[in-house]
Design a protein around this ligand. Structure first.
Ligand SMILES: [Fe+2]
Length: 385
């Protein structure tokens, strides 16, 4: 996040004496990315953050390919993924490659008995249903329907839900997730043409510091394994921090659509970028206003991108038989486009209420068995007249 933020108490000068009320020192920790070259935060702990009491079991949670080489367009019925009590167990990876894992989750319970950090990947959670609070070592972010939560790798968190009705789209990125470079100036500030700006971000707040010793279960995802570690002190013991590396939220409802006289290409919807995929937000908007315009997209070949569309709400004008929580996958190598009749039907329409999240990956995606279990199996033929 190219934005300076701070919470709690910090010393006036970095790397200097910063005492607790009892006269002992706080423990400073630099939490950086890309070695010492990327964004970082400096945090101050009550206890040494290095105190690991025990290393327990390691569980392989890496996704397994059921379809390694996919050439079919697919339609996955996302809400068929069953609700599960535990947050981590509820996360079901459906599509993946070495850069990104895309999953669905319907967790029923809050995380209260353990803490979690993903050291493999930045996480991008999209909240389709549910409200709650993302609790992290750097503060809390309340979330609701339509929020993206960007959690940089290594950030210790718990997620608390207000009810049991929750649906999440979970994207794990093996490359840092940023807002698009072309939206930002030399200094990192979002420019006037950006569809959102700093004011729209939900930053961590309400930092709470727990001065507790004991046994704290930390589930650490690394190299596709879920390692079970026991920390000797409460992981949320930071009394203050500042810097640029922190989790944040952004509501899809705050994405201001860019429209034109004729059909605008997907990059106008771009919300996040990585070196291996992009994320776009399709939001309610006015259609094209050239008198001869065709609002539906033209047929197109993502010759070097697999296109994943997650349907959130509203009518998706270029598709038939689409429901909430569905995922369409249009693989690289073959063209796709509007369904028969929708191209013509879009003419003269003045606005759309569609809400969808798109993930375009630069390398092909594999499918897991969980994806095949919710695949409609016939979508690839749905353009036949
Ligand atoms: Fe497309």
């Amino acid at each position: 996040m190219p934005l300076y933020h701070k919470q709690g108490k910090i010393p006036q000068k970095r790397h200097t004496i910063f005492k607790k009320p009892d006269g002992t020192l706080h423990y400073e920790q630099l939490f950086g990315t890309i070695g010492f070259d990327g964004m970082s935060s400096l945090m101050y702990h009550l206890h040494r953050p290095t105190q690991i009491k025990e290393v327990g079991a390691s569980i392989d949670i890496s996704p397994k390919a059921a379809v390694e080489h996919n050439i079919k367009s697919r339609l996955l019925k996302g809400f068929q993924v069953q609700p599960v009590d535990d947050y981590l167990e509820s996360r079901v990876t459906v599509l993946f490659n070495n850069d990104v894992h895309v999953g669905l989750a319907a967790p029923k319970k809050s995380m209260t008995t353990y803490f979690y950090k993903n050291t493999d990947a930045d996480e991008l959670l999209f909240i389709h249903k549910g409200t709650g609070t993302l609790k992290t070592m750097l503060g809390e972010i309340p979330f609701e329907y339509g929020d993206y939560l960007v959690i940089p790798r290594g950030m210790i968190y718990q997620i608390h839900f207000d009810t049991e009705e929750n649906r999440l789209l979970v994207t794990e990125s093996y490359h840092p997730i940023y807002t698009p470079k072309r939206y930002r100036n030399y200094f990192g500030q979002h420019l006037e043409h950006s569809p959102f700006c700093e004011r729209d971000f939900k930053l961590p707040e309400n930092l709470q510091s727990f001065d507790e010793k004991g046994e704290f279960l930390m589930k650490v995802k690394k190299q596709g394994q879920l390692h079970h570690l026991t920390y000797a002190t409460h992981p949320f013991d930071v009394v203050g921090w500042d810097g640029y590396n922190f989790p944040y939220g952004f509501s899809i409802h705050n994405f201001e659509p860019i429209t034109g006289r004729v059909h605008q290409p997907p990059p106008v919807h771009q919300t996040f970028e990585t070196s291996a995929f992009v994320v776009c937000s399709f939001v309610p908007r006015m259609y094209d206003y050239h008198p001869q315009s065709i609002p539906a997209p033209y047929n197109h070949s993502n010759i070097d991108s697999d296109e994943v569309l997650y349907y959130v709400d509203g009518d998706f004008m270029s598709r038939k038989s689409i429901d909430q929580g569905y995922i369409s996958l249009h693989p690289a190598g073959i063209p796709h486009g509007p369904h028969p009749g929708t191209y013509e039907a879009s003419i003269g329409k003045i606005k759309t209420e569609e809400l969808a999240v798109m993930i375009d990956t630069f390398k092909p995606l594999k499918l897991t068995q969980a994806a095949l279990d919710i695949d409609d199996g016939k979508y690839y033929k749905s353009w036949m007249e």
